[in-house]
Design a protein around this ligand. Sequence first.
Ligand code: ADP
Ligand code: MG
Length: 729
Amino acid sequence: MPNFRFIALEKTLYTPAVKVDYPSKKASEYYGSMVFNQAIMREYLTTEAYEVLQSAIQKGSRIERKVTDQIASAMKAWALNKGVTHYTHWFHPLTGATAEKHDSFISPIEEGRAIEEFQGNSLIQQEPDASSFPSGGIRNTFEARGYTAWDPTSPAFIVENTLCIPSIFVSYTGESLDYKTPLLRSMKALDDIAVEVVKYFNKNVKRVYPTLGWEQEYFLVDSALQTARPDLMLTGKTVFGHSSAKDQQLSDHYFGTIHDRALAFMQELEIESHKLGIPLKTRHNEVAPSQFECAPVFEEANIAVDHNQLLMHLLDKVARRHHFKVLLHEKPYAGVNGSGKHNNWSLATDTGINLLSPGKNSKDNFRFITILVNILKAVHENEELIRASIASAGNDLRLGANEAPPAIISVFIGEQITRTLHEIEKMPSIGELNNNHKVEVTVNIPKIPEILFDNTDRNRTSPFAFTGNKCEFRAVGSSANTAKPMFVLNTIMADQLRIFKADVEKLIDGGLEKDDAIFDVVKRYIKESKKIRFEGNSYGEEWVKEAKKRGLSNHKSTPEALKAFVSKKTIDLFERNQVMSRKELESRYELKLEKYIKKVQIEARVMGDLAINHILPTAILYQNRLIENTRGLKEVLDSKTFVKLSKNQLNAIKYISEHISSIKEQVEAMIDARKKANIIEDQYEKAVAYRDTVMVYFEGIRYHVDKLEFLVDDELWPLPKYRELLFMR
Ligand code: ADP
Ligand code: MG
């Protein structure tokens, strides 16, 4: 029986870099060519339809039936010109991936002929047989109807001859079954209140929207090697693997020269992304060997989220052509860095202001500080919910592992802003002064000290860092749908701004000038939110202690972190802002727990199978060789020499036996624990049981398997080793 590992290694050895078919045009000429973008809309739509659609995109106004027919027919004409045959509503169900069900444009007519047809109602709504999508109990199977509805704010695009229409996915009774619906609702909630607050500073602002610039980390592994690792195939991570003698200790991969196979892959990824209007801008090697990152220019959050979902699909698709597999798991290899996805988040206005950009004059700086302090306050009040928004079994392995931010949420703002906030805190409030001083302070208020930025002043260990003109939420996992952290940030900010406005209005009603009132509230918030600020090393042990003293949460695992999703506080928050109902939150909570349980369950099964079917037979085979050899030695050597020389041999035989029996025992115990956990009804209890009684065996089993990998003849070992997975190219 040939060893699969060697077949894979040989194949890898002879896989050249794929030649990239560069389009004959410049990137700027094919950029967005597969997107029904504004320019195309203008070309294909009547002025009336174009304006209606623009107003729907900008202001969320309704589109009349008559106009949707026009838009559908324009989309069809454009798509047919590009050789498109099918259309689909493209949505983000709660599985975490994207979903699509293709319908042909073809519609039969008389005389056995057919025409291409696409009408307004097919654009607006589709009804996939959705009974197999997870819904966390919102849809009973007898009432399995869920429908998808067109999201006009994200442009339609073409993938593989199919017109994809970004859509929301809701149940027959109107509950969201996807990630996009709460995201759009959170953006509306934020827009409504943020406009009112920003009007304190800029009268003509009509719209405020969140922006997102994500940075996607991933690993590449040769597809032949990946296929020879059942754990990578089924779980996206390695459950075993002795560390490579060299991995990332020399930091020689980070920002290093991109090797030719990876570069060819990236070039094609960029071409495909650019055709789809995903503004990919940077590419580089990451810290771990065979780890990479790509990042686009930031966009309006809804579009950026769609683009990230689309990019994850493209990564997979393009990788196939290059004989690679992309690993999006947060921790595919033990001992080297895992992958995250920084979410750079800011707020922008229709008048072109970045609300997190310090201004050139004191008025703009006053606005900037006001927004920033409200963010501090929002994170301070909702740190547990923020932690919950990024919880997953994969991310648990990364957070707090000295390579990624800890599970404790804190905000870094840098020395400059810290000093500014400190100065503001020291300035007298209106309330503390008698009338004589009032005039002076009123004049002083907008005189927020000038803020200069030193961009090197960046704390890489903070989970939530203000980095000059945006907040960088760094604890998001590489495989996450970014909609979730985004709708949480938008919602807590919307809520906070509403409270802020009420606080300010109360002071104004009490007779304060507007600026004085804002200043007083900002000052109070600076004091109240202090404990969320941390400028030191978030990876250190001292911070864990200090955070505990401050009363910040530190939920190390997903089951406990998720609880914040269904606390009374969270339910009230989401209902108050009309982003999600109790039912929606509870169903998501159940689903997330279920997903956690299944992930751990699958990993446990893969581990057991591999240990019993791959590892133990190999160890026994090698042990038999040693036994044979020892017997032979005994025959050819005189007994005194044999006793002297066979010690190592006999020890190795003994060690192998010990590892074998430890593995056997632990796998059996793990299976028993699984059986017990499986009959637990309550999802939370079950998740905890999986964590505390099943997962606890992972490390022990792995320890013995990795020891065996070190002992057993390399020629017999069936699984590609870390040095091969990480370095073969
Ligand atoms: P790094 O975090 O690696 O130091 P940069 O600071 O250059 O990288 O920026 C990282 C990301 O920040 C980019 O993806 C960029 O699109 C995003 N970004 C920049 N400005 C904004 C903004 N106003 N809103 C959202 N994202 C932004
Ligand atoms: Mg970053």
